[in-house]
Design a protein. Structure first.
Length: 134
């Protein structure tokens, strides 16, 4: 009887320890993926800050991401972001900003990014916009 109780308690504790270990691993992985995604966005905007105003175009930014040696991230400027095969998928949009009623053109650009990535079965998206002025 004592051996049976010991086996039952051991089985319960093994299941509890396995569940706790899995949850710690899942939380740790999620935090690492989120940190990596934020790092990609920071690196991207640091590159945008280094460029001259005239060089901030979708083509230039796509080239920077897609020709980078890091194969974990790819970029597009189209709505076909799900066709990208990398773990981190970046959608880039650059548009000229001109308030209504103003006639001066091309003084401010809005650089928008949307970074998609998965953690487990959950899709995560980070959307950020910044301006680049002349």
């Amino acid at each position: 009887v004592d051996a049976l109780i010991a086996i039952i308690l051991l089985t319960l504790f093994v299941g509890l320890i396995a569940t706790l270990s899995y949850n710690v691993l899942a939380i740790s992985t999620n935090a690492k993926r989120n940190a990596m995604a934020n790092n990609y966005i920071v690196d991207f905007y640091e590159y945008v800050d280094k460029l001259k105003f005239e060089d901030v175009t979708e083509e230039t930014l796509l080239k920077y991401i897609n020709e980078n040696e890091d194969t974990l991230i790819t970029a597009t400027n189209l709505n076909e972001i799900n066709n990208l095969t990398s773990p981190y998928k970046l959608k880039i949009n650059v548009e000229n900003y001109m308030p209504s009623g103003q006639t001066v053109d091309n003084l401010v650009k809005i650089v928008s990014v949307s970074l998609n990535y998965k953690t487990g079965k959950k899709n995560n998206t980070i959307d950020i916009q910044r301006i680049k002025s002349k």
